[in-house]
Design a protein around this ligand. Sequence first.
Ligand SMILES: Nc1nc2c(c(=O)[nH]1)N[C@H]1C(S)=C(S)[C@@H](COP(=O)(O)O)O[C@H]1N2
Ligand SMILES: [Mo]
Length: 552
Amino acid sequence: MPRLPLWAAAAAGLIAVGAALAAGHLVAALIDPFASPFLAVGNTAIDLTPHPVKDFAIRTFGEDDKLVLLAGMAFVIAAAAVVAGLLSRRSPAPGTILAVGLGVVGVAAVLARPTLGTIAVLAPLASLVVGVVVFRWLHRLARRSPAGGTRPVEDTADTPATDTPATDTPATDTPATDTPATDTPATTRSVDWAVPGLGRRRFLITSTAVAAAAGATAAAGQFIGGRVDVEASRRSIRLTPGVTAPPIPAGADFAGDGTPTFMTSNADFYRVDTALSVPKTRAQDWRLRVHGMVDRELVLTYDDLLNRPLVEKTISLCCVSNEVGGPYISTTNFIGVSLSDILAEAGVRPGADQLATRSVDGWTCGTPIDDIMKPGSDALLAIGMNGEPLPAEHGFPVRMVVPGLYGFVSATKWLVDAEVTTFADFDSYWVKRDWAQRAPIKTMSRVDRPKAFERVPAGKFVAAGVAWAQRRGVEKVEVRVDGGSWQAATLSEEVNIDTWRMWRVELDLPTGSHTLEVRATDRTGYTQTSERAEPIPDGASGWHTIVFTAQP
Ligand SMILES: Nc1nc2c(c(=O)[nH]1)N[C@H]1C(S)=C(S)[C@@H](COP(=O)(O)O)O[C@H]1N2
Ligand SMILES: [Mo]
């Protein structure tokens, strides 16, 4: 059997796999965009990733972690396709096996997604079929060129006569570039195509056309899958809370001294979730089922929420995966309806202690019922942020917010299901991965100025940062330089006990290297421990410590 030139073999593998993924993407768009094999495999990979690796990814790539994952997957798949293509120079079997194998992985990933129906396997099956068909087709095309070339002497017996008219394959047709004479002694030469010949041109044209068609197919899938016009739905909504949050006083931050602004813009609000693509549900299509250990099940629509009293409340949300000094805290005016009112309406049965919530993409969260039902809990089904409907990345149309709890146990975005249950009966997404069932936010403080290893002028210098102790309130922030005595920082005006509070302190710095430490005390009288703890299982602890230099 003739051998394919290296480049054609590699191209056949690459294009076939590209066409396979594109076909799956398009079919998925017609069923459920999350069934796209590429996304399903990526999402399943995220769920299967051991948490140290996930922590590493969040630490290293921050909010680009998903982009890095997708790019890495694309690279690995492309490399596998090229290798399989190269192994298929004689027989199409290796490429076929890869196409089938990728299809099977896609089917497994789709079946593993908790929110996809069985019909969704049509998408990876489409990938499988298209991958196999396109690969074998390009492979045959590459071999059967009417202008076919010479082939290894020992192979001629295997070669169908129609494939290789002897007259078509003068040795002189083979340019040195394809088969340097030194590499291929005449007796074992294996050049298949007359080059430049009709066959090569035909393969080039066909493979380019297939690649373009694959690109168009993927783009069509992207377009159709994104057709749910969430932005139009968002734009059509006006939120007018009956209870508005008090205006933020001018002295609420020390932004001039290097702290964040008190309110975080929606664009700057930190984002942490496991969703590879942002779920898209229009407000008019949204439903929330409240069920489980309740006296009566409820099904709520977005209009039901709009018809309830809307309240606005300023809240600092933060992530348990923050290292000491980490960036994952932001503050906004959430607008929403009281979650405790809704649970009271449903009637929580005795013995229930956990509200298990699920997002449309299958992520789950478990919140202590107590933290929701406590008078003044301010737990919300939130629909707005900073006066606007929630941005898509922050949970549109509806998310949960419970002041005082880390996001992973309280802040379900793209919320669709709420089940009243017990901690004994249900482990949520991160709990299954060894994080804590209960995780109130720890009292914490952070230095924002100076930055680590910054060089600052010696003499008078203003250090500044933030502290938070949601539900308890920040009572005091102290700093010390080079292990000296603690000195109290000036605190910004308090907005409420569920938001961060800024601090600033004037230092007099001799020239040289310095260490600055900060610690906060909350209204219960608790002062942050110096004992360092990792974020897992229930949040980091320790004093944020900055080493910097004062220079003349
Ligand atoms: N559906 C869904 N909701 C989620 C998550 C998620 O992965 N999926 N992550 C949670 C975590 S860990 C945090 S800290 C907050 C972050 O909310 P934000 O992205 O709006 O800042 O969302 C929570 N809600
Ligand atoms: Mo988080």
